[in-house]
Design a binder for this molecule. Structure first.
Ligand code: MTE
Length: 358
């Protein structure tokens, strides 16, 4: 049923959670659908396209129930965008402290695709909402999957503030094909530049409301704790809800612990975030000294940028370290301790890869 590539490895099969190793991620400008990471908290619902309806309600002038043909009749738009799970690179944080009850993602929880579908703003306009006229408020998304947690059964959900709504695509297609079941068929939200958790799959309902979603995954997960907070003392209402992604980068080649002949070596990677990436620096000595890399031209506002550097390395041991910068001059912290938190979210510390040369 799920057509994933042999390189796709699952952390969990029920619910399905997994992705591909860095070498596969770096090999494609956009991640093919069979290699795109999957992060699901519940079942994969098998939805009938003819019975499917998208409900739009809340603080709207007209309540809507939109079929797939009604959505297809709206202007179609395209968006190339990265999707990254807030828990990506969590496993690195384990070196500094326990992270209880979470999937220990390595670097697989990020991918990029070309999405197509309709604009959220066009659907809201049908419901009588003219986005710029609203100053405050939230758009809540609800999925048609079923989460079972703490003896309760409920749909997955999350929300974004109204001022982010203009960027959002309601996607029916991924890299030219209808969304695969595990990625949200027949419709998902795509909130570019924000944590993947807000890009609700199997989208069944959109509500315009005064407050953020009261769904578990908005109120009790995906919040940002400080390095000195602990599970036992966590104040969920005080911790900020996660939204925009920080600037981040990965070294996709050479692979960790590779042994390479001395001489010319090409280092390659990916960089992305909530703001456009402007520069990626590279170090061969663990961050003591830095040099430049070449950034491939930007492919739209929300895609990752591929980068590379050709180095001449004599025999020795090296710690390659990448550090991206964005258009607001934000960069990646040098130390994992700066970003450690007991939920293991938002690790954007500099990515490091050790290699042996000679
Ligand atoms: N939407 C629904 N309905 N159910 C989910 O479990 N997981 C979220 C988001 N949307 C989820 C969901 C999370 S945490 C992430 S990171 C992304 O979907 C992952 O999208 P993908 O599986 O297509 O990569």
């Amino acid at each position: 049923m799920i057509g994933k590539h042999p390189a796709f490895t699952a952390y969990l099969s029920d619910p399905l959670n997994g992705g591909v190793p860095l070498v596969e991620l770096g090999a494609h400008p956009l991640t093919p659908n069979d290699r795109f990471f999957v992060r699901s908290h519940g079942d994969i619902p098998m939805l009938s396209p003819s019975a499917y309806r998208l409900r739009v309600d809340g603080r709207v002038r007209v309540h809507l129930e939109l079929s797939l043909p009604a959505l297809a009749a709206l202007p179609q738009h395209e968006l190339t965008a990265v999707l990254q799970c807030a828990g990506n690179r969590r496993v690195e944080l384990l070196a500094l402290g326990d992270i209880p009850d979470e999937i220990l993602w390595d670097t697989e929880g990020v991918s990029s695709a070309h999405w197509s579908g309709v604009r959220l703003s066009d659907v809201l306009a049908l419901a009588g909402i003219d986005l710029p006229r609203f100053e405050t408020g939230h758009i809540a998304f609800e999925g048609l999957d079923t989460i079972q947690k703490d003896d309760q059964t409920f749909p997955y959900g999350g929300s974004i503030p109204l001022d982010k709504a203009g960027d959002v695509l309601l996607a029916t297609h991924m890299n030219g094909d209808p969304l695969p079941p595990e990625h949200g068929f027949p419709l998902r939200a795509l909130v570019p530049g924000w944590i993947g958790a807000r890009s609700v799959k199997w989208l069944g309902r959109i509500s315009v409301q005064d407050t953020p979603s009261d769904n578990y995954y908005q109120t009790r997960a995906y919040r940002h704790f400080a390095p000195y907070d602990r599970k036992e003392t966590a104040d969920w209402s005080a911790a900020p809800m996660l939204g925009e992604l920080p600037v981040n980068s990965l070294i996709t080649a050479p692979a960790a612990n590779a042994s390479l002949p001395a001489g010319e070596i090409t280092v390659q990677g990916l960089a992305w975030g909530g703001h456009p990436v402007e520069r990626v620096d590279l170090s061969t000595d663990g961050g003591a000294t830095w040099g430049s890399t070449q950034l491939a031209p930007a492919d739209g506002r929300w895609n990752w940028r591929r980068w590379s550097a050709r180095l001449h390395l004599p025999a020795g041991d090296y710690e390659l370290t990448a550090r991206a910068w964005d258009s607001a001059a934000n960069t990646q912290p040098d130390q994992l301790a700066v970003v450690w938190n007991w939920k293991g979210y938002m690790n954007n510390a500099c990515h490091r890869v050790r290699i042996q040369v000679g």
